[in-house]
Write a protein that binds this ligand. Structure first.
Ligand code: 5GP
Ligand code: MG
Ligand code: MG
Length: 183
């Protein structure tokens, strides 16, 4: 079956697959320079970061180990609950390691600042963040995201790993949902 039918639920494509891939290639170059001569552990935040992780790790010129964390912050709605809980912790002991958190999107920033603080408490050598998307207008906390793919408007987006009630993660582009989806 052709997946393009779900594309009709999009109101507006913000970023195409091609734009995302090009930007991740650029970021991978910067990340490779920053970690030259060091070992880095890539930590993806489930589930939204699956696509970013898949493409970023393949764009890196070295083979880095990958681990995953799952936290709850959003339910089926579109607003941050502000409550963060670990649903799945890392398999890896990160003591003394360089950790790069790979995320889909920084919205309020609450989730990522919580994750960063949590990982920093485990005595890693360093913790940095790479996020594909950021909504500067939605920021509630000041968070240092070293690598950002794109700053986007303060709208709810789906695709490329990002869901609405678990749907649309498989869309190749990132876009906003048409209003008929919400009603
Ligand atoms: P934050 O804590 O920064 O507000 O966002 C936490 C998480 O909510 C993000 O990692 C992401 O998984 C989800 N999220 C935030 N904004 C959006 C959005 O526009 N679309 C979707 N699908 N998820 C979002
Ligand atoms: Mg996320
Ligand atoms: Mg979600």
């Amino acid at each position: 079956m052709d997946a393009s039918h779900v594309g009709s639920d999009l109101q507006h494509v913000l970023l195409t697959e091609e734009q995302i891939r090009e930007r991740l290639d650029e970021l991978a170059g910067e990340i490779a320079d920053a970690y030259a001569g060091k070992d880095v552990l890539l930590v993806g935040v489930l589930k939204g970061a699956i696509m970013v992780m898949a493409d970023l790790m393949r764009a890196l010129p070295f083979s880095a180990p990958v681990d995953w964390m799952a936290v709850s912050s959003y339910g089926s709605g579109t607003k941050s609950s502000g409550v963060v809980r670990i649903l799945k912790d890392l398999d890896t002991d990160i003591t003394g390691k360089h950790v790069l958190i790979v995320e889909d999107i920084v919205d309020s920033g609450l989730t990522l600042s919580w994750i960063r603080a949590n990982l920093e408490s485990r005595s890693p050598a360093s913790v940095e963040i790479c996020a594909l998307l950021r909504k500067p207008e939605a920021a509630k906390v000041d968070i240092d995201v070293k690598w950002v793919g794109f700053d986007i408007p303060n709208e709810f987006v789906v695709g490329y790993g990002l869901d609405y009630d678990e749907a649309y993660r498989g869309l190749r582009d990132v876009g906003t949902l048409a209003s008929h989806v919400y009603s």
